[in-house]
Design a protein around this ligand. Structure first.
Ligand code: NDP
Length: 287
């Protein structure tokens, strides 16, 4: 039998709980702590040790995972426990801004702790399954050292480099894509409803639109990286015209069009600059 690394998990919201469960399932002796200790009950039944304080939890393991609401909460929990962190590795899987990750890495170094930042890009039900997607950044040697334990979380883990803010930077960009797309989806269904189109009627066609995105993403990324802004496939002027129809229809139907107006304004900036015949990759320069 191999000995599994002892792990501490701070934070037992839905995600922290799933992480602790994955470590337990994979045979890691696991200590947990949460502001609301009652959330540890199921984990304790499965063999986790519930620490009385965050400092006790940190002291219990060389590998400390924190996954709470935001970086402010990370510091609220760990600032008073900082002495216990000395000589240990903190892996912060809390979502946040790249700059907060860099500042937390500097704070950890100041207090003699090793620090790896991470981002979880998939929902809780993927943890400990092949569908989990995790991103990490920080010292490469640290990632390699703790990789066997972190593998308990399942799925695909990608190490993105030594800048501790790089995982969070990827996460923020990906969440930008996701949530602005979701805002567009919510608006599309509201607009459809105003035109007496039910959710069930629009959904199959809406999924077809979603399926166009992967090739649009590949094409956009390649053009951006190559500095190619020509409108050989579609132009900014044409897209601006489509957006104007969306805004007009929404406003006729009494549906708020604030988000779509903001998008239209971006496209129009490029048209006003004489770039209406260029492709949408050009828009990056207007941001
Ligand atoms: P939350 O983001 O709601 O975080 C809940 C955790 O934060 C709990 O442990 C909670 O403690 C703690 N917390 C909040 N405020 C305080 C405070 N003032 N002092 C001490 N502890 C506090 O839920 P999740 O577990 O879902 O998310 C954790 C992180 O994982 C987030 O950064 C989230 O963005 C990220 N994530 C979550 C995903 C998901 O599917 N849930 C997917 C991908 C990433 P208490 O229980 O006492 O309230």
């Amino acid at each position: 039998m191999t000995t599994r690394t002892t792990v501490t998990v701070l934070g037992l919201g839905p995600m922290g709980h799933a992480l602790a469960e994955a470590f337990l399932t994979n045979g890691h002796p696991t200590t947990v702590w949460n502001r609301t200790p009652g959330k540890a009950a199921g984990l304790v039944t499965r063999g986790a040790r519930l620490a009385a304080t965050a400092a006790d939890a940190v002291a219990a393991s060389d590998l400390v995972i924190v996954c709470v609401q935001d970086y402010e909460v990370v510091h609220r929990i760990l600032d008073p426990a900082v002495d216990a962190l000395r000589g240990r590795t903190l892996v912060n899987l809390t979502a946040g801004a790249p700059d907060a990750a860099r500042k937390t890495a500097a704070w950890a170094a100041e207090h003699g702790a090793d620090y790896l930042d991470g981002a979880i890009m998939t929902p809780i039900e993927t943890i400990n399954t092949p569908d989990a997607v995790l991103l990490y950044s920080g010292p490469a040697e640290l990632y390699e050292r703790h990789r066997p334990a972190l593998d308990a979380l399942g799925g695909t883990a990608t190490f993105l480099g030594t800048d501790p803010g790089r995982a969070a930077a990827h996460e923020v960009a990906l969440l930008d894509l996701f949530w602005t797309s979701v805002a567009g989806m919510v608006h599309a269904f509201a607009l459809a409803r105003a035109e007496n189109i039910s959710g069930a009627e629009l959904a199959p066609l809406a999924k077809g639109i979603g399926q166009l995105l992967p090739s649009v993403i590949d094409d956009h990324a390649a053009r951006l990286d190559a500095g190619r802004f020509d409108g050989d496939l579609s132009t900014i002027a044409s897209a601006a015209s489509a957006l104007a129809h969306i805004v007009e229809t929404a406003e006729t139907d009494g549906v708020d069009a604030g988000v779509q107006r903001a998008a239209l304004a971006l496209f129009r900036r490029a048209v006003d600059a004489g770039q209406g015949g260029d492709g949408i990759a050009r828009l990056a320069q207007h941001l």
